[in-house]
Design a protein around this ligand. Structure first.
Ligand code: PMP
Length: 428
């Protein structure tokens, strides 16, 4: 029988080291919030394939819809012969997104592609080149989106230069001494020194910073950005690729602020494990690029569209938005207990929105000095005990919770017990 070690040796020989895997074990099969490796070891999955599995591994409705679509056709290319699942998903997205105006949706395959297209659409609509992004933001690994991503290692290391006309404003992170007021001052200065507002097409922000550390943007910041965008004719793009589709207790994280963006980028949990992404936006903005100006061979693959419609249906039918809010409360309370009991000087700042939650590990509570090594150790011990965890944050010292919202209370509790034990292992 094959082993994790044998597969890891083959991976290291055949796959470039740049594609680093968090876990040194190989998947055999998975169901809802559980996964088994090729040696038969069982894991509880708190990583959800990087926030893709709000409806769990192999949700029965998603699998049935994908299989039914496979029996009809799997690819025609929407640009050659269009098909209903693409149109139906676009209609659904237009209806779900905030904003009391006509909307249209473009479908692509990956999150980075969605962000690239949002910028193209914003440029075509405004006739302006510039983009403003925020420090710590993550928007993808293609060259334009890497230029917009606000973190060097490991993403941007050695692969520049990046496209021009991308400007960076400070992200409001009060824990690290940047208030909303500071962030807005920084943006104002940027618009005086480098980023001429009359040359800016769009501003893009994650309503809850994802890879950068699961830090929610205060509502007053988003409201101020909306006002600045309106003043200068700049489009506001909400990157909801990680925060969307129920992770924060609403369909889109920006709904918590009441702010309505012009464009929204979506991917990940929209399709319960299938690759489809999109841009949702004001109809007149979305219609700016000329016919043939948008698309791609695989964009809006019919199997992935059918899966997405079923995943959205599951979020609705199973009350997963409310479940997200409730899970967020559970995790907050249990993290506080576990931290106080097991690692009182290590666990700092339990934060997030709904079930999009993180906790940081520090060397000392008062100075809050990031401890990436300890975080790595907790993750490694957790895996040994049967729990899959993933870090995030500018200093790699935050643990984020992306567990399926469909996980039972018993599975969540079992995972939390493993987490507490792993914490004790890492301290010992
Ligand atoms: N934007 C955000 C907020 C993301 O979290 C990610 C993926 N982590 C992306 C964009 C890029 O998505 P993809 O990996 O599908 O290209």
């Amino acid at each position: 029988a094959t082993t994790n070690a044998a597969l890891l040796a083959r991976k290291n020989a055949a796959v470039p080291r740049g594609v680093a895997s968090a876990a040194p074990v190989f998947a055999a099969h998975a169901e809802n919030a559980e996964l088994w490796d090729v040696e038969g070891n069982r894991y509880i999955d708190f990583a959800g394939g990087i926030a893709v599995l709000n409806t769990g591994h192999r949700h029965p409705g998603v699998i049935a819809a994908a299989k039914a679509q496979e029996d009809r056709y799997t690819h025609t290319s929407f640009q050659v012969v269009p098909y209903e699942p693409y149109v139906a998903l676009a209609e659904k997205l237009n209806a779900l997104a905030p904003g009391d105006f006509a909307k249209k949706s473009l479908l692509v395959t990956t999150g980075a592609e969605a962000v690239e297209n949002a910028v193209k659409i914003a440029r075509a609509h405004t006739g302006r080149p510039g983009v403003i992004a925020f420090s710590g933001g993550y928007h993808g690994r293609t060259l334009l989106t890497l230029g917009m991503t606000g973190k060097i290692a490991p993403y941007k290391k050695d692969v520049g230069p990046f496209p021009s006309d991308i400007f960076r404003a400070p992200f409001p992170d009060a824990r690290n001494g940047v208030t909303v007021e500071d962030a807005l001052k920084g943006l104002e200065t940027l618009m005086l020194t480098d980023a001429d507002p009359s040359r800016i097409a769009a501003m893009i922000i994650e309503p809850v910073l994802g890879e950068g550390g699961y830090v929610p943007v205060p509502a007053e910041m988003l409201q101020a950005l909306r006002a600045i965008c309106d003043k200068h004719g700049i489009l506001l793009i909400a990157d909801e690729i990680q925060a969307g589709f129920g992770r924060t207790g609403t369909w889109f994280a920006i709904e918590h602020s009441g702010v309505v963006p012009d464009l929204i980028t979506v991917a990940k949990s929209m399709a319960g494990g299938y690759p489809v992404a999109g841009v949702i936006g004001r109809a007149e903005v979305m219609d700016a690029p000329i016919p043939g100006g948008l698309g791609g061979t695989y964009g809006g693959n019919p199997v992935a569209c059918a899966a997405a419609l079923a995943a959205i249906e599951a979020i609705e039918a199973e009350g997963l938005l409310a479940r997200s809010t409730q899970l967020g409360e559970t995790f907050r309370a249990r993290f506080a207990e576990i931290g106080a009991r097991t690692a009182p000087y290590r666990m700092w700042d339990i934060r997030g929105l709904g079930a999009m939650l993180a906790v940081e590990f520090v060397t000392d509570f008062d100075m809050a000095t990031p401890d990436a090594a300890f975080t790595k150790s907790v993750i490694a011990h957790a895996l040994k005990r049967g729990l899959i965890l993933l870090s995030c944050g500018m200093h790699g010292n935050a643990l984020r919770i992306m567990v399926p919202l469909t996980a039972s209370d018993a599975i969540i509790e079992e995972g939390l017990a493993m987490f507490e034990a792993a914490l004790a292992d890492a301290i010992a």
